[in-house]
Write a protein that binds this ligand. Structure first.
Ligand SMILES: Nc1ncnc2c1ncn2[C@@H]1O[C@H](COP(=O)(O)OP(=O)(O)O)[C@@H](O)[C@H]1O
Ligand SMILES: [Mg+2]
Length: 363
């Protein structure tokens, strides 16, 4: 069954799959000075083990609230958060007053911040050692671990430097090394690249991807930038007004008629050249190719087909092709050719027609 935009979708609900992060009906209501703000409004999130999962949405959508609830920096108003099989919401305490069990669970969740949050009075090495001090590790052990992590993030030669002596990208590498100190299974990243220039952003994303692959680390990252999702994420969710309105693997999203995320991940341009024309978007993944199908369509129905736009791209490591074509006649006249394209196993979207219907049907 295709995913339906507009409906929060439990994309990976099969029992055999392991979810390392699950939130169930998560809500967060902030109360301050008699005012209430609902930042999370029933969020069901399912992040599979070993994937890079991106949550995208505009400012104020609730992304930071979600990530802070996942590691219980914020206590959710209701709902549950399970990380690596443990129900964190059942553990006592909140914020800095977390109980021992919660602190322990949290040490297995790494967190990376937009503004790095390094201590300026400490060297790079001492910043990385900080969480290990809190865990009560011995000096020798801390030092060994910190050096290993700095090596992993490419900063072995900066151990004795102070944060002020580093570039933004280097500071974020320290932030990532520190987040890995407790050997987390899960890394949470809140806009980790938003303060960085595009080239540094690419190198930090590549580092997160490497860590994901090398360490089997599950990464949940929050961003307002579609390019971030496009370059590293296996799965993505779109947040609006405290709700997840679309979610799935990149492949599932691209196969979803009318998916806003798919359209944003892989935009296609081209307007119909007249009123008596029907625009059809054809998406194919992996090996299949559209070209022969399009010429077959033209021959079978004896119609002239214009290609308005086409592109091949890599989205989340997946080869994807998209073509926007124009058929003569209105939508109603093209039901049969459109059906023919679908029968060839291609993902077909008719902008302004069927995606709208799919949305209606989902309600
Ligand atoms: N500590 C807080 N107290 C009151 N309101 C908050 C607090 N944190 C966030 N909010 C509100 O919750 C909503 C979601 O914010 P946030 O989770 O930061 O969104 P995002 O990270 O997507 O920009 C916003 O309306 C914001 O103003
Ligand atoms: Mg935020």
């Amino acid at each position: 069954m295709p995913l339906c935009p507009g409906t929060p979708t439990p994309a990976h609900s099969t029992v055999t799959e392991t979810h390392v992060i699950t939130t169930t009906d998560l809500t967060k209501v902030y109360r301050s000075r008699g005012r209430e703000v609902t930042a999370l409004d029933g969020v069901d999130l399912h992040v599979r083990e070993g994937e890079v999962y991106g949550v995208i949405g505009q400012s104020g959508a609730g992304k930071s609230s979600l990530i802070r609830c996942v590691n219980l920096l914020e206590r959710p108003t209701s709902g549950t958060v399970t990380v690596a099989g443990q129900d964190l919401t059942a553990l006592a305490g909140r914020g800095p007053r977390a109980g021992r069990e919660l602190r322990q669970a949290r040490s297995r969740i790494g967190m990376v911040f937009q503004h790095f949050n390094l201590l300026s009075s400490r060297t790079v090495q001492d910043n990385v050692e900080l969480p290990l001090e809190i865990l009560g590790k011995s000096g020798a052990e801390r030092s060994r671990k910190a050096r290993e992590l700095l090596d992993l993030v490419g900063l072995a030669d900066k151990a004795k430097a102070y944060p002020a002596q580093l570039s933004g990208g280097q500071k974020q590498r320290v932030g990532i090394a520190r987040a890995l100190a407790g050997d987390p299974k899960v890394l949470l990243s809140d806009e980790a690249t938003s303060a960085l220039d595009p080239e540094t952003t690419r190198s930090i994303l590549a580092l997160l991807r490497d860590l994901n692959r090398q360490l089997g680390l599950t990464v949940l990252l929050i961003t307002h930038e579609m390019d971030v999702v496009k370059s590293v994420c296996d799965s993505a969710a779109l947040m609006e007004n405290g709700r997840i309105v679309e979610s799935g693997t990149v492949s599932e999203l691209l196969a979803t008629p009318g998916s806003e995320l798919a359209a944003a991940l892989f935009p296609l341009d081209g307007e119909a050249s007249g009123e008596d024309r029907t625009v059809v978007d054809v998406t194919f993944q992996g090996e299949s190719a559209t070209q022969p199908v399009i010429s077959q369509l033209a021959r079978t129905y004896n119609i002239d087909i214009s290609i308005l736009g086409a592109a091949i791209d890599t989205v989340g490591g997946l080869q994807v092709g998209r073509m926007r074509i124009e058929l003569p006649g209105r939508y109603e006249d093209n039901v049969v050719p459109i059906g023919f394209l679908r029968e060839q196993g291609l993902q077909i979207d008719v902008p302004g027609h069927e995606s709208a219907l799919a949305k209606e049907g989902a309600k």
